[in-house]
Write a protein that binds this ligand. Structure first.
Ligand SMILES: CC(C)(COP(=O)(O)OP(=O)(O)OC[C@H]1O[C@@H](n2cnc3c(N)ncnc32)[C@H](O)[C@@H]1OP(=O)(O)O)[C@@H](O)C(=O)NCCC(=O)NCCS
Length: 225
């Protein structure tokens, strides 16, 4: 399998590349969509968005970014440029139940555990060693930080971000574009566009855009609460 990495300006691209190496995939090249930022050293070529070779457009794209709003906006950019599809990348060291559904373009990094009947939506990102409980649902574009634990039947909303090492209790719902701080213990539902932190997690900010101050928009194109 061969793919193109689009949006290589985050060091997270190296973790994604490790998954691709373990899968035996080939990276045709990377696209730097912004002029500044991280530049991976271990694969070439890296081209600007105006220099993409035409034959790359037939390959599936991987978006190696942890910010939900960035993956959401780059999805549109990539399709407008003429790419056709997104690759789902599941590191072979992850444990994925036979009944788990993985959406198009989802990225699952090393050591993650996806339990029975769990569901990952489109362009979801599951970082290192995150644990997703049985019957948990992670909606489109959401990101799970390294080592976080979603207990059984948790729901993570569209574009939400769960920080590193956070624990979300059974059955709890995290709203769309909400942000759970690292190490938080979430006992109650979190409203959309809210920031919760602490143990027990409490809302410290409402009306935030989302992680890194960007939102995942609704299908009609809105981006703010
Ligand atoms: C939640 C987070 C985004 C907040 O960042 P921020 O918008 O800059 O907000 P602030 O640092 O101003 O924090 C707001 C308040 O919450 C507290 N806070 C922030 N993060 C916290 C955390 N993880 N646990 C407990 N309290 C936290 C701050 O101390 C501050 O409290 P104060 O107002 O009493 O001083 C950030 O701290 C965080 O946890 N990011 C997750 C990073 C991560 O997991 N990355 C994974 C890589 S994929």
């Amino acid at each position: 399998m061969e793919c193109v990495l689009y949006g290589v300006g985050s060091p997270f691209v190296e973790d994604v590349r490790e998954a691709l190496v373990r899968l035996g995939w080939t990276v045709r090249g990377g696209v730097a969509n912004i002029e500044t930022g991280f530049r991976p050293a271990r694969f070439a070529p890296i081209v600007g968005r105006d220099e993409i070779p035409r034959d790359w457009l037939a390959l599936p794209v991987v978006l190696p970014l942890v910010t939900p709003g960035h993956r959401w906006s780059l999805e549109r950019e990539v399709l407008e440029l003429g790419f056709q599809s997104f690759a789902s990348v599941v590191d072979p060291t992850a444990i994925v139940a036979s009944t788990t559904a993985v959406g198009e373009g989802a990225i699952v990094i090393a050591g993650a555990v996806l339990a029975a009947e769990s569901t990952l939506g489109r362009l979801v990102c599951v970082n290192k060693a995150a644990v997703i409980g049985h019957h948990a649902t992670v909606a489109d574009y959401a990101t799970l930080g390294p080592g976080c634990v979603l207990c059984g039947s948790v729901t993570v909303g569209r574009g939400a971000f769960v920080g590193a090492g956070a624990v979300v209790n059974p059955g709890v719902s995290i709203g769309a574009n909400a942000l759970v701080g690292s190490g938080s213990v979430v006992l109650r539902d979190v409203p959309e566009h809210a920031l919760v932190v602490g143990n027990p997690a409490v809302v410290v900010r409402n009306g935030i855009a989302g992680y890194n101050d960007v939102s995942v928009g609704d299908p009609a194109g809105g981006t703010r609460p």
